[in-house]
Ligand binder design. Structure first.
Ligand code: NAP
Length: 236
């Protein structure tokens, strides 16, 4: 049976590559995007369906779930990929406003909870539901507090802490769903050249997408509640 996947923020960057690579494997990769024009254009390029979804807007998330239910009656793969940084200008925690932190959390944290809860009834209809949360090595407390880590110096409170929260969200859902076929994992794509970082990354979006695709297509013996990159587990 053809697998059905929803990828949020799939109109460009790593999300687009996840949709493309899943589609290459024969998965129906629903391109989720908040902007109808950009979303439809990406979906057309991929020959895949489009659904409008703004992860910060509960009505749009509920409408997307309703549309998927009507069209497919289930969801096999959810990739919570949509994410923002709030701007990476040099900014110390003392200069960060709570409003900026709130803005980043609306997408990277609360958005994931909204989308996951809306899609869970559809994922429960799948024989082997997979949820992949696009995290970052910048969310790792172990690396942030390690003076030897190349990421330790990058002290961006809104983004880094949002991904730390996302890691715990991953563990929380994995625990709740442990007795079900649904697996929930966090993926670190590495530093990829996308609009998110003004294309400064040294990996391609396609390379970043690979770990998400792997976790989206895990077999029954695969991990759940894990934090993984291409090379394997990374430190929380
Ligand atoms: P990107 O090129 O900036 O793409 C981000 C995507 O998220 C866009 O499609 C954007 O849509 C969408 N988006 C933002 N807010 C949204 C919302 N409220 N509702 C729906 N979609 C929304 O970034 P990327 O590098 O591909 O990042 C993808 C994910 O990987 C993010 O979660 C990011 O934190 C994570 N990540 C990236 C890197 C990296 O080096 N690039 C490293 C670690 C983790 P619009 O086009 O409408 O803005």
């Amino acid at each position: 049976m053809t697998k059905i996947a929803l990828i949020t923020g799939a109109n460009k960057g790593i999300g687009y590559e996840i949709a493309r690579l899943l589609a290459e494997q024969g998965v129906t990769a629903i391109v989720g995007a908040r902007d109808e024009e950009r979303g439809r254009a990406a979906a057309e390029r991929l020959g895949q369906p489009y659904v409008r979804i703004d992860v910060t807007d509960e009505d749009s998330v509920a409408a997307a779930a309703k549309w998927i239910d009507g069209a497919y009656g289930r969801l096999d793969i959810l990739v919570n990929n949509a994410g923002i940084t709030g701007g990476f200008a040099p900014l110390q925690p003392s200069a960060t406003t709570a409003a900026l932190v709130r803005q980043v959390y609306e997408t990277n944290v609360f958005g994931v909870v909204t989308v996951t809860n809306a899609m869970l009834p559809l994922l429960r209809e799948s024989e082997a539901g997979r949820i992949v949360n696009m995290s970052s090595e910048l969310g790792s407390l172990a690396m942030a507090s390690d003076p030897e880590s190349p990421f330790g110096a990058f002290n961006h409170l809104p983004y880094n802490s949002s991904k730390t929260a996302l890691n715990m969200i991953t563990v929380c859902y994995a625990k709740e769903l442990a007795g079900t076929p649904i697996k929930v994992n966090a993926a670190n794509p590495g530093y990829c050249a996308t609009d998110l970082n003004e294309r400064t990354g040294f990996r391609t979006a396609e390379q970043g997408a690979a770990i998400a695709v792997r976790l989206a297509t895990l077999g029954a013996d695969g991990p759940t509640g894990a934090y993984l990159e291409d090379a394997g587990s990374i430190r929380w």
